[in-house]
Write a protein of this length. Structure first.
Length: 571
């Protein structure tokens, strides 16, 4: 009688045999660990460990303890028959479980899988051998039913693989005619899927549609069978590109015989509005590899898309909130460190930055210079033209200062019309050049806010760490002393602290420079300034660093020469 196997059973048996063949080939190539050799190696390692323990105990003359130890080990290990210790003269020194009856390998030192010998040495050489008798290794049939072996794995693959392959193929195989290959049991399985599934024939006509996709569309299956899937109201995600120029993935598969990448589409439905679907396609092939149809899986991503959009909006709000927080933090930093009128450093921030630069300059043995300046006859501007005009003058002066200093320098408003500039890395003469540049720019600047006849000048005092002063307040005080000399010597001057002379203290006979002010300002504003402003005490002789016995005329000549040099450079 001839036994006829169904195609499903034949394919199942073929897949199982193919899997087992691959496993056996892997074993032949050494890809599967040799468990028998691993067991032999483990027995050798155990015997060597026992030999080390026995050698140690015998060396301490503890024969009874050694015998007791060996008995315990044999009783606890089911794979060991007996253990014996034999001398070089082949005499048994100690043994367990009648070792002589289990041991037959006494003529050579070769170990086997069941009898392992380990030589023991002392200071004079080899004096004996530790013999360990093991139980025989498992046979093929015992290996087959013992867990953790390769044969057991093959048996498991054969039994479970046959069942798994049969169930899998039973649900996925298709015939040449898609209509005839969908029995009721397969249809029930497809209806149980949460994602939509549509089976098309070679002409893109709908052959089967599962319940999930039918509910999404809101159209009965009877109205969909035989229609072209492309005729449904599909829209491309984002409406671009247009469906007039875009081919559906099932059409691409039937034309090119290649599986396209998953695509996102929108579909207008009756019950749920416009939904977003992830569309995947796989071919239905006959034995001759000809594509007879297409399986289309349609996964609803509408809820996920809504969640993603909500998440994106939430992240956008968080980013905007973070940007607003950062902006407000920057505003707080500016408010805490900047003068609101000039946007230069305020007094507290100026001292903090100057302390840091002084510490760094002292650590690197570098120079640092300080310029202190104020506006000449500033009270006359406020009294004559008002404080609004005075604010404009202060703002313009701060802009000139910012253009004259570098990115590593500090510029701050010390108070009122007084400003301080800190120049790391520059000596006093270099700082004086920068001060002269600012002085000239201020003198030449035209102020539209001032009345005709008004012009603005400024006076400067320069100090540096060449005086061995490394405290910010003291260095500013030295610059202030030089500024006082500049004011007392006629204003609109740059005076260096180290070039001050005791003879250049304020001279009551020296009249201030009045060319910059109108007559009314001179008679009223300047007198008011002098009357309301406390006069500074003259600089004491011991407070002045006296480098030379320069006369007043020499000092004026030096200032004029420096002005000429700077005018030449600027031009």
């Amino acid at each position: 009688m001839q036994i006829v196997l169904s195609p499903l059973l034949r394919i199942t048996i073929g897949l199982v045999l193919l899997t087992i063949s691959l496993l056996l080939i892997g074993d032949m190539l050494g890809l599967v660990p040799n468990q028998t050799q691993a067991k032999i190696d483990a027995r050798k390692t155990m015997a060597e460990s026992l030999a080390i323990q026995v050698s140690s105990e015998i060396g301490n003359d503890r024969m009874k303890q050694t015998t007791r130890l060996l008995n315990v080990i044999v009783n606890r290990n089911q794979h060991i028959h007996s253990v014996g210790l034999r001398s070089n003269s082949k005499q048994i020194i100690m043994q367990t479980n009648e070792h002589e009856q289990h041991w037959s390998n006494t003529d050579n030192d070769q170990s086997t899988a069941t009898q392992v010998q380990v030589p023991i040495y002392d200071n004079h050489g080899r004096w004996g051998t530790l013999e360990v008798s093991f139980t025989p290794l498992e046979s093929f049939w015992s290996d087959l039913f013992t867990g953790g072996t390769f044969m057991a794995m093959l048996l498991f693959v054969f039994i479970s693989g046959s069942l798994a392959y049969w169930l899998f193929l039973k649900r996925t195989l298709s015939e040449l005619d898609p209509r005839s290959v969908i029995p009721d049991r397969v249809r029930s399985a497809l209806d149980a899927l949460n994602e939509g599934l549509v089976i098309l024939d070679g002409s893109e006509r709908i052959v089967l549609i599962n319940t999930s996709f039918e509910k999404k569309l809101g159209i009965s299956e009877a109205k969909l069978i035989g229609k072209n899937l492309s005729d449904l109201p599909w829209m491309m995600k984002g409406n671009s590109p247009s469906l007039q120029t875009h081919k559906f993935p099932w059409s691409v598969l039937l034309e090119t015989k290649k599986i396209p990448a998953p695509s996102l589409f929108k579909l207008k439905t009756k019950g749920y509005g416009t939904l977003t679907f992830d569309v995947n396609v796989v071919p239905i092939q006959a034995d001759n590899q000809k594509i007879k149809g297409v399986i289309v899986t349609i996964d609803d991503l509408t809820e996920m898309e809504k969640k993603n959009n909500e998440l994106a909006r939430t992240l956008d709000r968080l980013e905007k909130s973070q940007e607003e927080i950062n902006r407000q933090n920057l505003e707080l930093i500016v408010l805490a460190t900047r003068d609101p009128l000039t946007h230069l450093l305020n007094r507290r921030a100026l001292f903090e930055g100057m302390d840091s630069l002084l510490a760094e300059s002292r650590r690197q043995e570098d120079l640092l210079s300080c310029i202190m300046l104020d506006i000449d006859h500033f009270k006359a501007v406020n009294d004559t033209l008002g404080h609004a005009a005075g604010d404009v003058v202060i703002q313009v002066l701060s802009e000139i200062i910012q253009m004259a200093v570098g990115s590593n320098d500090l510029a701050g408003r010390y108070g009122g019309e007084e400003f301080v500039v800190v120049l790391p890395g520059l000596d006093e003469s270099q700082a004086a050049e920068i001060a002269e540049k600012i002085r000239i720019e201020v003198m030449q600047r035209k102020f539209d806010e001032l009345s005709e006849g008004f012009s603005i000048t400024s006076s400067f005092g320069v100090s540096s760490t060449t005086t061995n002063v490394w405290e910010s307040d003291k260095l500013i005080d030295l610059a202030d002393q030089a500024l006082y000399i500049a004011k007392s010597s006629g204003r609109n001057l740059v005076v260096r602290y180290t070039q001050m002379d005791a003879d250049h203290s304020p001279d009551p006979e020296v009249q201030p420079d009045t060319a910059a002010l109108p007559e009314t300002a001179l008679n009223e504003g300047d007198i008011a300034e002098q009357a309301s402003t406390p006069q500074k005490q003259p600089v004491k002789t011991e407070q002045i660093v006296k480098l030379s016995e320069t006369s007043k005329d020499d000092l004026n000549m030096t200032v004029e020469i420096s002005r000429a040099v700077l005018f030449d450079r600027l031009s």
